[in-house]
Design a protein around this ligand. Structure first.
Ligand code: NAG
Ligand code: NAG
Ligand code: NAG
Length: 319
């Protein structure tokens, strides 16, 4: 089963049934979010935050994102990553991060429509949503931080972490073990350079060995794609369906074919491995719902609201 990811914007085949399933899930999700947000206080994020101040904000971002993604579907992964970085209070991402042109284009269009109103942090959240999911519900009202830090090297989550480190990294942001295994599912889309796994393939413990947690039958294929010093070749993170937002990532991880150590690490913990198995064996029964929940949760970490922070004029620079 496939779907969601680029429902409208790329030529990926999807079945009518899966589409229906997605729609009913969205309605449930909308109800869920409405309940959550109705009980939140006035200073937190809201759905429809820009309804009065910039009514076309969400439509503008959606159009800009769709235009870019239709030309380069693999942009979805870095866009999701940017939202994650921003949620780590790092401020809008370094200009050199792939995908920044989408943020920049959206910001330019929004400044034209309603100058000084829509924060870059909210643009990142909207673009991530539009890129990964065609969902209509992301609570808004973030303001932009007054510091900007380059966080190029981080991914979602850090590719070299073992399970203890990953759990600690997530816990420090108020994210659960479930969020960890769910958000790791973001690796269902996108690519990574050979250099990220060179150590796993060629010198895992410094003795010219290979990471034993990799499926030995898969290693020759990876080695044929990636020579030891290759820094340019791109590997699919979810081979066979790397442009599709689906549960195939978990199937690969279960077969010990996850690309990163952090993927393999998910099998080293009872709770995360149970989740991997569940999604792999149930056709991703709850993955979309879980991903959306974790993404919304992640998007609420460390946000500035009310009169804190600022609304940036340019997303790469503090005012
Ligand atoms: C962005 O990252 C590049 C390369 O990592 C670095 O050289 C540059 O100084 C960074 N720019 C900013 C504004 O942080
Ligand atoms: C995880 O990595 C840390 C730091 O490198 C190390 O101290 C720890 O023993 C590792 N834990 C496991 C379970 O491998
Ligand atoms: C493998 O790692 C060891 C220890 O870090 C290092 O001394 C050695 O040069 C590495 N080998 C290669 C081929 O990079």
């Amino acid at each position: 089963m496939t779907v969601v990811g680029f429902l409208i914007i790329t030529p990926i085949a999807y079945s009518e049934m899966a589409y229906q399933k997605q729609i009913s899930f969205l309605i449930l999700q909308l109800l869920f979010l409405t309940l959550v947000l109705a009980s939140a206080n006035g200073n937190s994020l809201k759905l429809g935050f820009y309804l009065k101040t910039c009514p076309k904000a969400e439509a503008i971002v959606e159009t800009v994102t769709a235009d870019h993604i239709s030309l380069a579907p693999s942009l979805a992964a870095p866009l999701l990553r940017m939202h994650f970085h921003d949620s780590e209070k790092s401020g809008p991402p370094n200009l050199s991060l792939r995908g920044f042109q989408v943020i920049d284009a959206a910001k330019t269009a929004l400044e034209k429509a309603c100058p000084g109103v829509v924060s870059c942090a909210d643009i990142l959240a909207l673009v991530a949503r539009d890129a990964i999911y065609q969902i209509k519900v992301v609570p808004l009202g973030r303001r932009d931080g007054r510091v900007s830090i380059a966080l190029e090297s981080l991914t979602l989550p850090a590719p070299f972490g073992n399970i203890t480190e990953l759990k600690a990294q997530f816990a420090s942001k108020g994210l659960s073990v479930k969020d960890l295994v769910v958000l790791s599912g973001g690796h269902t889309v996108g690519t990574s350079h050979c250099s990220t796994i060179a150590i796993r393939l060629y010198n895992f413990t410094g003795k010219g060995d290979t990471d034993p947690s990799l499926d030995p039958k898969y290693v020759p294929y990876l080695k044929s794609k990636c020579k030891p010093t290759d820094t340019t070749t791109l590997l699919e993170m979810d081979p066979g369906s790397f442009r599709t937002f689906d549960e195939a990532y978990y199937t690969n991880v279960l077969k010990r074919r996850g690309l990163f150590q952090s993927d393999a690490a998910l099998l080293a913990d009872k709770e995360t491995s149970a989740y991997v198995k569940l999604q792999a064996q149930s056709g991703g029964s709850t993955f979309f719902k879980d991903f959306e929940e974790s993404m919304v949760k992640m998007g609420q970490i460390g946000v500035l609201t009310g009169s804190a922070g600022e609304i940036r004029k340019h997303c790469a620079l503090v005012n």
